[in-house]
Design a protein around this ligand. Structure first.
Ligand SMILES: Cc1ncc(C[n+]2csc(CCOP(=O)(O)OP(=O)(O)O)c2C)c(N)n1
Ligand SMILES: [Mg+2]
Length: 181
């Protein structure tokens, strides 16, 4: 599975990757997290297509648009693509339409290029509370079970932070490990 953004889908590597994956019938999921901005550039300024998923057509692979705020939809779309890949059906391009609530980097509030009303519209569809509601109302999951899972995750994160802080500094050579260039 390869994850990238709407901006990333304009680069040569994206098109070359899809082309080769299609030609070699590789078991790959290309997952585009379309959050409507490439850094601070709105999507309509940097690409003309309405749906990035249609770019799959140029490489003769399935392209799927999915509601990136809805975990259940993503699970279903990914499941289908994974099944196809495992059965030898080749790669799939999935475009998840979503949003970035914060800025692009620490120090970027996002306020310089997005108005509060737009951010608010997307925040109302925040995938985490949305999925919580689905679990409580449609799947009849008990609120106490969600609270217990949340507490477990909080503890796991706290342990990971402690582990990181107490671990020795990495070696300089580690900076180049797993880097392909
Ligand atoms: C080939 C290349 N061109 C330009 C950049 C500079 N750059 C860094 S992030 C970015 C925008 C990426 O947009 P997107 O893929 O939508 O990711 P997001 O900003 O949503 O995280 C750009 C142009 C880069 N890192 N690599
Ligand atoms: Mg983006």
């Amino acid at each position: 599975m390869a994850f990238f953004g709407d901006g990333g889908s304009n680069t040569g590597a994206f098109h070359e990757g899809l082309n080769l994956a299609a030609v070699w019938n590789l078991p790959v999921l290309f997952v585009c997290e379309n959050n409507q901005y490439a850094e601070s550039t709105p999507r309509e300024v940097h690409q003309k297509v309405k749906d990035i998923a249609i770019r799959a057509m140029a490489y003769d692979m399935p392209g799927v648009v999915v509601d990136g705020m809805d975990a259940t939809s993503i699970f279903a779309a990914a499941g289908e693509a994974i099944r196809r890949a495992r059965e030898g059906g080749g790669p799939t391009l999935i475009e998840a339409k979503t949003y970035r609530f914060m800025g692009h980097y620490v120090g970027d509030t996002g306020a310089a290029y997005r108005d509060a009303a737009e951010v608010g519209r997307w925040e109302r569809r925040d995938p985490i509370p949305l999925f919580r509601r689905t679990l409580l109302e449609e799947r009849q999951v008990a609120a106490a079970d969600l609270a217990r899972i949340e507490a477990e995750v909080e503890r796991e994160i706290a342990e990971a932070v402690t582990f990181a802080e107490q671990s020795p500094e990495p070696d300089v050579e580690d900076a180049l490990r797993d880097v392909f260039a």
